[in-house]
Structures are given as structure tokens and as C-alpha cells.
Design a protein around this ligand. Structure first.
Ligand code: DGP
Length: 115
């Protein structure tokens, strides 16, 4: 999608620190890390948010959450102690980039409730 920063990252049109990539998704380091480990996992296709997901996206979401996130958590060294997966959605949910992304945060003790 034109003017979507995460589409541009997925298409390698702007630089990012990519830690994982396959045909369906890409994971890269967050520009403003909130924890020692903070990566974003995004679908390559443009989906605005969790609310825009459809039946056709079931396999994509399962791939991200069943395959990619646990693998990354292990590779990045946070699987054993624990980590958080967050999909901020909409304005009050704190979503600033309107391309579905899963934050993977870890490497420190995370507080609850979030701010
Ligand atoms: P959210 O607030 O949930 O929409 O999270 C968006 C995140 O994206 C935020 O933590 C900062 C990050 N971000 C925004 N623009 C860029 C960028 O150009 N590159 C990278 N690596 N991260 C970005």
C-alpha cells in the first residue's frame, strides 16, 4: 500500500534491522525499543489491524503466532524467562502505524497493567 511505512520495510524500500523473513512475513527491530528485545512481526501483505483480518488470513496469523513468534523468542533468548506479544489496535489501543504488527517484547520484567 502506498505511503505505508511497514509495507516499505516489507518490500525493502526503506532500511530496517530485519531479524527474520519468509514469504509471508518479516520481523525487524523496533525503532524505539521499549525493552532489551523489541521486534515487530508484520505480514508482508497490507492488513490495517486485527480488526481488518478476514477468514482468508487465518493461516497467515497462525503462521506468525504458531511458527514465527515462538521461534524468534527462542532465538532472541527470551523464551525461557518470558516475553509479551502485543497487537495495539486503533487509537485508544495505541496503534500508531496502520499496518498490522505484533510487538515481541522481552529481556526485562514487564509491568502489568500497561499504561
Ligand atoms: P504501535 O504504536 O503499536 O503502532 O507501534 C508502532 C511501532 O513501530 C513503534 O514502536 C515504533 C515503530 N516504528 C515506527 N516507524 C518505524 C520505522 O520506520 N522503523 C522501525 N524499525 N520501527 C518503526
Amino acid at each position: 500500500m502506498a505511503d505505508c511505512i511497514f509495507c516499505k520495510i516489507a518490500q525493502h524500500e526503506i532500511p530496517s534491522s530485519i531479524v527474520y523473513e519468509d514469504e509471508q512475513c518479516v520481523a525487524f527491530k523496533d525503532l524505539e525499543p521499549q525493552a532489551p528485545v523489541h521486534v515487530l512481526v508484520i505480514p508482508k501483505k497490507h492488513v490495517e489491524s486485527v480488526l481488518a483480518l478476514t477468514d482468508a488470513d487465518r493461516a497467515l496469523v497462525a503462521h506468525i503466532l504458531v511458527d514465527v513468534v515462538p521461534q524468534l523468542a527462542r532465538e532472541l533468548g527470551v523464551a525461557e524467562k518470558g516475553f509479551r506479544v502485543v497487537a495495539n489496535t486503533g487509537d485508544e489501543g495505541g496503534q500508531s502505524v496502520k499496518h498490522l504488527h505484533f510487538h515481541l517484547l522481552g529481556g526485562r520484567s514487564l509491568q502489568w497493567p500497561p499504561g
